[in-house]
Design a protein around this ligand. Structure first.
Ligand code: MV4
Length: 669
């Protein structure tokens, strides 16, 4: 078996994964070529590359998905190999086979291995032969209503109908009894035909509360396959994973081993090469069933790297070069526990719609032991609506699951951003939830605990108190020294420290209270409402580095950090954050509000209009929802105000910059 050393690697991807691949490749002395779209010309992965080539406009179909443009860039830079990352062209048989034809190494499996996982029913037939457990059901060729009825009787209810060409949960239907079957089949066939151009269906027993457990495998070109243990990815929302961990908790050793060996048989059955993932549905009984195989490196690969100590990208490159895997299965060991949180630019308070904007302030966790941040963004960067909203991943390792979880929480508390709403507060609430802490995981986790996951850990008064303290720090008032004339400046009173008034706007509402410095780094805040007064005690110590404080707030201990952007004060309290305006007469509107016109951020289709001329709306209310690039984008009211005119309707196709809503900021009174 001959090996070819990779000297130049073209990375056909963007964002965090392009940087992740470069980190390993550049450390091995490999020259890295980035290809990028016009929207990414100043992105960190472009700056980090040894060579960077613009391959087209922002739309992925015009750039990152253009096989010809990428192959041309590879020829122009004499790249020996192309790494496709995940998403985009990573499971595209055309790119893989064109690489094969041109003698460029494709860092991934052979084109026919990718193809054999393209059809679910064909894949199931192959996997069945390899002796891997499948969910009982029907995956045959005959697609008549009659045959489905006979098979449904054999399998029993509830049933799940899946599109054979589908993926990621698209086009699935649960059928509870025979009376629903014919309609469900007909509907699923129509949907599969229009979504995938292929009406072929399969049917399975519906598992009510499974876990998503997947096994990382690695194969060399000599046919050696190994499993690198498993991950649990059950915590997801609408088929978008949020938290992943390795190893999957609570799986008996014998089952773990059987699942690993089954995953290797899946790879063997399709002639796999490189890093791949076999997904299983896992039931609390210890039964597992093949779901699908992903023929690429996955977003969540770092948790596997942390428990095995292996660099998966390095091994992908080595097996692409033709090197053999050096270990027997028994040589591979799993150490400790790793947990990953995905950082998305999306708004948990607005149906998790993706958000765009500028990262005015970005401070990512650093200096924490056993924490890794795989990020694709830099401060000042614009987050556009063109691509997936995942900006970064935070990964923590610990000797056991709970240590990993605590360390991940600490790291997320150190992830401070202004300018773009992120899901960090939400993920932190998931990590703290008793069911998650107790590893009680199923694919229904988020919907099951939805109501409990929306609650902020702080009351409004606590938020005001923390905002006040952040403001004191930001103005560098000498609050730790009550003898200082500063602290007494405007209302000095004999016999005691000064009472002063503070006004804070939080989430569009104005609040006011009195504060009094009562000692060295101590204060009392007094809130008056409905004739009663309430006091909140605060004390704090500052940390050596940065502007962070440890605060005692009543009985709570809170780690507090802050950031400023213009008049806005960003308050970061543990893993909870908000924006405050302190002692400021009028809130400055957002840039978009200045001319009172809300424009489409990009070309797309209107899917919902939830306002009409004359309506009064609150800041942040969703006015129009658009769909573009398979994602939804909400246009929101930039401030409290009134709708002057609506210039679009549901199903309209609108172009970038087109005015959709005219809006006037101000009180309704
Ligand atoms: C299932 C299932 C229950 N029973 N199959 C969702 C994505 C697609 N790859 C397969 N999926 C499922 N297949 C049977 N027979 C439940 C799901 C499922 C799911 C699986 C993994 C992670 C999240 C999920 C969320 C909803 C449904």
């Amino acid at each position: 078996m001959t090996t070819t050393a990779i000297k130049t690697l073209l990375i056909a991807n963007r964002g965090e994964i392009a940087l992740r691949i470069m980190r390993t490749a550049q450390a091995s002395g490999i020259h890295c070529v980035a290809v990028y779209s016009e929207a990414d010309s100043t992105a960190p992965f472009v700056l980090q590359a040894d060579t960077a080539i613009c391959i087209g406009p922002a739309a992925a179909t015009e750039s990152y998905l253009k096989v010809d443009a990428i192959l041309q860039a590879a020829r122009d830079t004499r790249a020996d190999a192309i790494h496709p990352g995940y998403g985009f062209l990573s499971e595209n048989t055309t790119l893989a086979s064109q690489c094969e034809a041109e003698g460029i190494l494709f860092v991934g499996p052979p084109a026919d291995a990718i193809a054999s996982m393209g059809s679910k029913s064909a894949a199931k037939a192959l996997i069945d032969k390899a002796g891997v457990p499948l969910v009982p059901g029907y995956h045959g060729d005959e697609q008549t209503a009659e045959r489905f009825r006979t098979e449904a009787e054999k399998t029993g209810f509830p049933l799940l109908i899946k599109a054979s060409a589908g993926g990621g949960g698209k086009g699935m239907r649960v059928v509870r009894d025979m009376s629903e079957l014919d309609d469900a089949i007909a509907g699923a066939q129509r949907e599969a035909q229009s979504s995938f151009g292929d009406a072929h269906l399969l049917m399975e027993r519906y598992l009510e509360t499974p876990r998503h457990v997947e096994v990382q495998v690695l194969f060399d070109t000599q046919g050696n396959g190994r499993y690198l243990f498993d991950r649990d990815c059950s915590v997801q929302r609408r088929h978008q994973k949020i938290i992943e961990e390795a190893p999957a908790p609570g799986i008996p050793d014998n089952v773990r081993k059987a699942m690993g060996e089954a995953a290797v048989r899946c790879g063997e059955a399709i002639g796999y090469v490189g890093a791949g993932t076999v997904e299983f549905l896992y039931e609390s009984s210890g039964e597992f069933f093949f779901m699908e195989m992903n023929t690429r490196l996955q977003v969540e690969h770092p948790v596997t790297e942390m428990i095995t100590g292996l660099d998966l990208v390095d091994w992908q490159l080595k097996v692409a070069e033709g090197q053999a895997l050096p270990w027997a299965q028994e040589d591979l060991r799993c150490r400790g526990h790793a947990m990953e949180a995905r950082v998305y630019a999306e708004d948990p308070d607005n149906d998790f719609l993706p958000v765009t904007g500028t990262l005015h302030h970005l401070r990512e966790p650093s200096g924490l032991a056993n924490v890794r941040v795989d990020s694709g963004v830099a401060e000042g960067q614009e987050i556009t609506p063109w691509y997936d909203p995942m900006l970064a991943k935070v990964i923590a390792w610990g000797e056991d699951r709970d240590k990993a979880r605590q360390q991940l929480l600490a790291a997320l508390a150190d992830y401070n951003v202004m300018g773009v709403t992120l899901n960090i507060d939400f993920v932190s609430r998931v990590l703290k939830h008793p069911a998650f802490a107790g590893a009680d995981l199923t694919t229904h986790f988020i919907e099951q605990y939805e109501s409990e996951l929306g609650e902020s850990p702080f009351s409004v008064q606590e938020k005001l108190a923390l905002s006040w303290l952040a403001w004191q720090q930001s103005t560098r008032a000498m609050v730790d020294d009550t003898d200082s004339p500063w602290a007494h400046s405007d209302s000095f009173r004999l016999g005691g420290p000064a009472q002063q008034r503070c006004e804070i706007r939080l989430a569009g509402e104005d609040h006011s209270f009195q504060y009094q410095l009562t000692g060295n780094m101590q204060a009392i805040l007094t809130f008056a409402a409905e004739g009663k007064t309430e006091e909140v005690n605060l004390s704090w110590v500052s940390h050596e580095v940065g502007s962070s404080l440890t605060v005692r707030l009543g009985s709570k201990r809170v780690r507090l950090a802050l950031a400023e952007h213009g008049e806005k004060l960003g308050v970061f309290a543990d893993a909870c954050h908000w924006i405050a305006l302190v002692n400021h007469p009028e809130e400055q509107g957002d840039d978009a509000a200045s001319d009172g016109k809300l424009a489409a951020p990009m070309h797309g289709r209107v899917t919902a209009v939830s306002c009409a001329a004359g309506d009064t709306v609150k800041a942040g209310a969703s006015l129009v929802v658009m769909e573009a690039m398979k994602m939804e984008h909400a246009l929101k009211a930039p401030a409290d105000g009134r709708i002057i005119a609506v210039h679009c309707g549901v199903d309209d196709s609108v172009s970038s910059g087109q005015i959709l809503v005219e809006f006037e900021a101000g009180d309704e009174s």
